[in-house]
Design a protein around this ligand. Structure first.
Ligand SMILES: Cc1ncc(COP(=O)(O)O)c(C=O)c1O
Length: 360
């Protein structure tokens, strides 16, 4: 038992030192200890009281801002005793729509609104109305919905140059697509290599860099959905810096962090914070060399990035034409003209060589 224990910790220490180096490991240890010491400081009763007061004030402010508790706004926290009429519901919806808000209508909100003008909204509204009662898990009852899904998947596979035999599925949004890709990579690693302590890397925002207790390797700039996937599926995350001047994921660091527990490599095309495309070619070479899946997050680029070269713009390779790319997430609700959260057409993910299997 002791030898096993020793072997395990020697192994872990070796991969940690190889991944981060002595300086990086010392820095991580220092930040970890600082965080723990800060936790102890925060638990001192006088400090706790002060923090509680500040937190109460901040949550109060947030409630007013987010839950709409401003002047003259009624909050309904219980079902009404008497059911509302259709007119009452419509009236309330108008009031909700008119609440004070950041003016996306003036074209000053980006990364949240993908507005295709009124004509498109009319088509979307008609589509939703036509299939309002449809429940897509019953294709025998709504065969048209299944047909739509199959056709959306086929179109997107072709847009991203998927090879023969590739498959895809629609989900409720970019986050769910990423969760599906990470889950399938975890299951594949478990089934094929018996990986029980999965890891991946994420390019992640600076303020979160040293906090993750899990084990995967992700670029600094990757979407928060990858961190969520780590939490949901118990995967250790390694956060990788995306240094200036390119702000692309540092492929040399990714290479050093790969170990027998690595289940997935990740790149963004483009990423949410900067709109920068990672070096997917280099990641693809790395993925092929280590026989690892590579997920490319094209959620934001969606129907734009896939069309760039066809429209005559220079674009570095990022899709299934690169041999290492095994899955892609693409949002139809961004530049594909679909509304967000539609069950049938909000987003799809194309996967090859990955399997969804129940974990033992
Ligand atoms: C690069 C990227 N990935 C993933 C997502 C997540 O998409 P969703 O908001 O549909 O969950 C976004 C959303 O903006 C994104 O920009």
């Amino acid at each position: 038992m002791f030898v096993l224990f020793l072997f395990r910790w020697t192994n872990k220490t070796w991969y940690q030192l190889r991944g981060r180096g002595i300086l990086g490991t010392t820095k991580e240890l220092y930040l970890y200890l600082r965080l723990r010491a800060y936790g102890v400081f925060l638990s001192i009763p006088a400090v706790r009281r002060k923090i509680k007061k500040d937190v109460l004030k901040a949550t109060g402010d947030m409630e007013h801002q987010l839950a709409g508790l401003g002047e003259g706004v009624t909050r309904y926290a219980q079902l009404p005793i008497e059911g509302w009429t259709a007119d009452q519901v419509k009236g309330e919806m108008s009031r909700l729509n008119e609440m004070e808000h950041d003016r996306w209508e003036d074209g000053r909100v980006s990364g949240a609104v993908y507005f295709g003008q009124d004509e498109l909204v009319d088509v979307q509204t008609d589509a939703i109305k036509t299939f309002m009662t449809a429940n897509p898990i019953h294709p025998a009852v709504w065969p048209g919905v299944r047909k739509m899904e199959a056709e959306i998947v086929a179109m997107v596979l072709s847009m991203f140059n998927a090879p023969e035999g590739a498959a895809g599925v629609t989900t409720s949004g970019g986050t769910e697509s990423i969760l599906m890709a990470v889950l399938s990579a975890r299951q594949k690693a478990y089934k094929e290599r018996g990986v029980r302590h999965p890891e991946m890397y994420v390019c992640k925002p600076r303020h979160l860099r040293y906090r993750s207790p899990t084990n995967r390797i992700i670029p600094d700039t990757a979407h928060a959905a990858f961190l969520k996937a780590g939490g949901y599926f118990k995967i250790r995350i390694h956060l990788v810096a995306c240094p200036a001047p390119s702000y692309k994921v540092d492929v040399a660091t990714v290479r050093r962090l790969i170990n027998p527990n690595t289940i997935l490599l990740v790149g963004s095309a483009p990423n949410f914070p900067h709109g920068i495309i990672d070096d997917i070619s280099a990641l693809s070479t790395l993925a092929t060399r280590h026989s690892l899946p590579l997920h490319v997050d094209c959620c934001l680029g969606s129907f734009m990035i896939a069309m760039l070269s066809r429209a005559g713009f220079a674009c570095e390779p990022f899709d299934f034409r690169l041999p290492g790319v095994t899955s892609i997430s693409c949002d139809t609700h961004k530049y594909g003209g679909a509304p967000k959260g539609t069950l049938y057409c909000s987003l799809m993910i194309a996967i090859r060589n990955t399997y969804f299997l129940p974990r033992q």
